[in-house]
Design a protein around this ligand. Sequence first.
Ligand SMILES: [Zn+2]
Length: 222
Amino acid sequence: MDNDLLNQVVDIACRVVASGAISANGHGNVSVRVPGADEMYFTAAPSLRNHPASAVVRVGLDGTLREGDLPPIQGAVVAMHTAMYADQPDVSCVLHTHSPYATAFAVANRPIACWIEALAMFGLASGVPVAAYGPRGSEQAIANIRAAVTPGVPAVLLANHGVLVFHRTPELAIMTGGIIEEAAQASINAANIGGPVEVPEELRAAALQRAMTFDAKATARA
Ligand SMILES: [Zn+2]
């Protein structure tokens, strides 16, 4: 087990918890792709809260456990992580949580639309699609996730289950999980006052453009 990767996975779990986009019981899992290899490091404890380094496992992208102890309940969701790495060479981190508001949409089998500007700014201008329900880790569940994944869109809702985020870096994955939860929460809050309104489609590219412009600028100092 590589200590840097091991610590990275534990740190990501800690940051997901700190982001607040997590259910009360902390259920979820985090993985990182091992650069240049056909394997990932994966959190095998039931909760991301205080995830012990000793519960991180090394798993081949074919699903074979290579090092560590993998309980069956955690082993069941390995395939949805490995499928994202196998299908998308630029993905280096996969996060799965039951963050409460996004999971409400997953439970309602309703996609999240582009209700907050941040979705347009961070690759989710078309919202977050729903992968149809399949028992966790089953071939059907994985096929449904693959069918819902849209090129360039770094997340799907898992019907009746939770959220799956897959991104180029852990930082982007953690941020995306937070933005999705924020959009879901804002939408549910807005339901009482007329319902959420989407960012006009023709302005979503402009939101992204402005985000890229900000990104290119240095922090102003005075
Ligand atoms: Zn789950």
